[in-house]
Ligand binder design. Structure first.
Ligand SMILES: Nc1ncnc2c1ncn2[C@@H]1O[C@H](COP(=O)(O)OP(=O)(O)OP(=O)(O)O)[C@@H](O)[C@H]1O
Ligand SMILES: [Mg+2]
Length: 311
């Protein structure tokens, strides 16, 4: 079952007077997301990620394209969609003087909650986001980590089946980010929530996401699991060696070597497969009399894929 089935979404912003500057934020993006999946939308600054999320959450009307969200047509049934999804932004900001529990309650009332049901939901979300001890703290006194946790709690107030998180761990220290990620993973595990998130942190994408969609210049360039993307981009493995002078020369002409860099006795070979080539490389060095002092084999990282695609 699909939570999102989007075709050819496009959006051009016109700004300035008389609307002369055009920014093609989205140029025809199609995306499907299975129910219960966690999908990461990655891409450089200005790629169109937030624009895509804004369209899918009904906040922005696309110029072109169509989408079915949780079985509802995006253009014809935005109200039905809004009741069943929610979103949180790492850039969110709430009224500075309201307290944590008041902010959650405020959003609860917008979804028609009141009385005991509202109080129960607020308690549940304070517990889930570990905000209990901070419930009476005004918004402007919260640390960035607590603000992000509050944004997540607020986004759960209508028990959404589909949740959009725009850079949920923006600006968090690693320790706090890890806990927030664990809470996001728990949502899917405990409630089966479908989650679409954007992030600039590759570890976050690898840890949380079943699939990654890579967006650049308003287009979807690639999608797949982190492993699939690494294979598809064919970046090769790196064999990094510390060898005596002359070592690199001995390796010339070996098959499977895509790139060689040599500097100060350090040689880096990018090969099609380290498993296949390591034996030959070491044998050739041994035969030439070069002494290998250190050896490291690195598989490509998602970060390498990102850099390659962003070029
Ligand atoms: N309201 C707007 N008016 C004019 N241009 C806009 C507007 N919103 C976004 N843009 C432009 O559209 C493009 C895509 O922006 P978007 O915010 O979707 O990128 P993003 O991928 O979320 O980037 P980031 O990683 O920096 O958050 C950018 O060039 C941006 O400047
Ligand atoms: Mg953005």
């Amino acid at each position: 079952m699909l939570a999102i089935d989007a075709h050819d979404l496009a959006k051009t912003f016109r700004s300035g007077w008389p609307r002369r500057r055009e920014t093609h934020a989205l140029r025809g993006v199609s995306l499907t997301v299975q129910r219960g999946a966690i999908v990461g939308v990655l891409g450089p600054n200005g790629a169109g990620k937030t624009t895509l999320l804004s369209i899918l959450t009904t906040l922005l009307v696309p110029d072109r394209g169509r989408a079915t969200i949780l079985g509802h047509d995006l253009a014809r049934e935005p109200g039905a969609i809004r009741r069943r999804l929610n979103m949180a932004s790492g850039n969110a900001s709430f009224l500075w003087s309201l307290r944590v529990e008041e902010i959650i309650a405020f959003y609860g009332r917008l979804y028609g909650l009141g009385g005991r049901a509202l109080a129960a939901r607020v308690e549940e979300l304070l517990g889930f986001a570990e905000l209990g001890p901070h419930r009476r703290v005004p918004y402007n006194e919260l640390s960035t980590g607590l603000k992000q946790r509050l944004a997540l709690a607020k986004s759960l107030v209508n028990q959404p089946e589909l949740l959009f998180l725009d850079e949920p761990t923006l600006g968090l220290d690693p320790d706090v980010a890890i806990r927030l990620r664990a809470q996001i993973a728990a949502l899917r595990r405990q409630r089966g929530t479908t989650i679409v998130l954007t992030t600039h942190y590759m570890r976050e994408a690898e840890e949380l996401c079943d699939e990654i969609a890579f967006v650049k210049n308003g287009r979807l360039l690639a999608r797949g699991s982190s492993e699939e993307l690494k294979r598809a981009i064919k970046l090769g493995d790196v064999i990094a060696l510390r060898v005596d002078a002359g070592g690199a020369a001995a390796l010339a002409g070996l098959p499977g070597i895509l790139r060689t860099t040599a500097e100060d006795g350090r040689v880096e070979l990018t090969v099609d497969s380290a498993q296949k080539r390591l034996g030959e490389v070491l044998q050739r060095l041994h035969e030439s009399g070069a002494v290998v002092r250190d050896l490291e084999v690195r598989e490509p990282q998602l970060e390498d894929v990102f850099i390659e695609l962003a070029k």
